[in-house]
Design a protein around this ligand. Structure first.
Ligand code: SF4
Length: 264
């Protein structure tokens, strides 16, 4: 996962706080939406305000219930989303709405996206998945390769001669140890193409906050474990990775292929 628990806690609290504010806003909005037109609706038919009120109450309870379920899932560490579609609504729409809300409150976008990634990882964790190595894909950004490396590894990471100048060699070793396929994507379009081609059941993705956030949403319902890269030289240039984070994720989710395997 993405770092020690004590580092993740403040991000988790921030997100949960925003979730709670979101819930209150929904309730307030639902009340206003009912109260304002009801003054006029009554003139059309006396029963219309009640019908409209019931509809809005159900909608508001559904949204607030989803928020509550998400908070409980995060707090208990157990998957309480019995319906896949409900989890989908949360990942696809609720998380981005919360990020939008955070932006309105002036919270830094990178911090919010990191929260999203940490919480997404926690949601994946609660599902207690164990996926065969051959159905797992490690997806890397191109910037993790040393910028002046003459070898073109996009399309075939196995071309790397493992000189050790960048983290590709260490990642290849890990992939080989578990028998997992690894690929480098130069952008979202190529990443989507790789997912369609290789049809993985789990993705361990390394990228920056922005790419991971959009990748997790795009790939849903495919579970994606997001691991942030480090950018000691600035964005998109000679980025690095904590290999132990990748290894930890693989150990948690992957059933290794017997005796490792080919890295494709
Ligand atoms: S480890 Fe591989 S990709 Fe990285 S610089 Fe060396 S040959 Fe190039």
């Amino acid at each position: 996962m993405t770092g020690p628990e004590h580092i993740q806690q403040p991000r988790k609290r921030l997100f949960i706080l925003l979730l709670a504010i979101g819930g209150l806003l929904v309730l307030g909005l639902a009340f206003l939406l009912w109260w304002v037109p009801s003054v006029g609706l009554e003139n059309i038919h006396p029963v219309l305000p009640v019908v409209f009120g019931v509809f809005l109450t159900i909608l508001a309870l559904f949204i607030v219930g989803s928020l509550g379920l998400l908070v409980l899932t995060l707090l208990t560490g157990r998957d309480l989303f019995l319906l896949q579609s409900l989890r989908g609504l949360v990942v696809r729409y609720l998380f981005p709405a919360i990020i939008f809300l955070g932006k309105l409150f002036g919270v830094d976008r990178d911090i919010l996206q990191r929260s999203f990634i940490v919480l997404n990882n926690q949601l994946v964790h609660t599902r207690r998945l164990r996926v065969p190595a051959e159905r797992t894909l490690i997806l890397l950004p191109h910037c993790i390769q040393m910028f002046d490396c003459a070898i073109k590894i996009t399309g075939d990471v196995e071309k790397c001669v493992r000189c050790g100048k960048c983290d590709i060699s260490g990642l290849l070793e890990l992939a080989q140890k578990f028998g997992i396929e690894m690929a480098v994507a130069t952008g979202g379009t190529l990443a989507r193409k790789l997912i369609v081609e290789k049809r993985p059941k789990l993705i361990v993705a390394v990228a920056c906050e922005r790419d991971l956030t959009s990748g997790i949403r795009d790939a849903y319902p495919l579970p994606v474990v997001g691991i942030l890269n480090k950018r000691p030289n600035g964005p998109c240039f000679n980025t690095t990775i904590l290999l132990s984070e990748v290894e930890q994720a693989l150990e948690e989710y992957v059933i290794p292929a017997a005796g490792g395997g080919e890295v494709l």
